[in-house]
Design a protein around this ligand. Structure first.
Ligand code: SF4
Length: 268
């Protein structure tokens, strides 16, 4: 059996650029997997189907959608909390484990290279990554073919092959993944509030039903130091108020907008 390439596809611009580069410019037909958390935007699900259709036309294959034992919400109920930067169980349970379970059953399990769309320009941590890495969380060699690319090059390859970009970017979001990622920053919350009020309503309902707060704590009591747990509506109100400069930022705990596990290529 010949060596197999397996691309972890998120539906974001970088993994789409990677797919285009492999197929159109390197003549490599990878197995393409999408690890579904059950918590993506409807736009992203539609985009995965769009890319899967294109892939079928180009290679006769399709995007393989993988699901784990739990989805994002049932996992939160099991864990009695939603994930956060400090409690990073989401990607492990929802993405890495389902992917590895699936991979172990494939005939090329021991003779494959995992491909991601990570780029060095995205963060300090990623600037230290290499194009080829022998060891990875997946236990197989890792190839990051667009590690040196700029965002402009990513957009350019979409344009070159006349491929639409995930519509979330056109709404102002900078990343694709859970909708929103628990590491979402102020800008993502503002976009969500403006363009996807239905999504806010869905999360509000989940919070009511579970008694859990979807996003991590952002504020601490100045006197007691205790964390103040906010609902999704409080987070959105905070994002909109700080946008207008009406709220003091001193006690707000800002969080990274970069997905904690983007380096594995499974969340952008
Ligand atoms: S996108 Fe964010 S919330 Fe979703 S699996 Fe990745 S780290 Fe977790």
């Amino acid at each position: 059996m010949k060596h197999q390439y397996v691309l972890c596809f998120s539906g974001g611009k970088d993994s789409t650029a990677t797919l285009l580069y492999l197929i159109k410019e390197k003549n490599i037909v990878p197995i393409v997997t999408f690890q579904d958390t059950g918590n993506e935007s409807k736009d992203t699900y539609a985009y995965i189907d769009y890319i899967s259709g294109l892939l079928n036309g180009w290679t006769g294959t399709e995007v393989i959608k993988l699901k784990g034992e739990y989805d994002f919400f049932s996992l939160a109920i099991k864990k009695k909390r939603f994930p956060s930067m400090k409690a990073r169980f989401c990607t492990e349970w929802l993405k890495i484990v389902p992917f590895l379970r699936w991979l172990e059953e494939q005939p090329y399990a021991d003779d494959c290279t995992i491909i991601t769309g990570i780029r060095a320009a995205e963060s300090k941590a990623r600037s230290k990554r290499k194009e080829h890495e022998d060891k990875s969380t997946y236990g197989r060699p890792l190839w990051n073919p667009i590690i040196t690319w700029s965002a402009a090059e990513v957009f350019a390859i979409h344009k070159k092959y006349r491929i639409d970009i995930n519509p979330l970017y056109k709404k102002g979001l900078k990343r694709v993944g859970c909708f929103p990622c628990v590491n979402a920053g102020r800008n993502e919350l503002i976009v969500l509030a403006r363009h996807y009020p239905d999504r806010i309503a869905e999360i509000r309902e989940v919070e009511k039903q579970t008694g859990l707060s979807y996003l991590p704590r952002r504020k601490f009591n100045k006197i007691t130091g205790e964390a103040i747990v906010w609902t999704i509506d409080q987070h959105v109100a905070w994002a909109l108020k700080t946008l207008d400069g009406q709220m003091e930022l001193g006690t707000i705990k800002q969080e990274s907008t970069i997905c904690a596990y983007a380096g594995l290529g499974v969340c952008e």
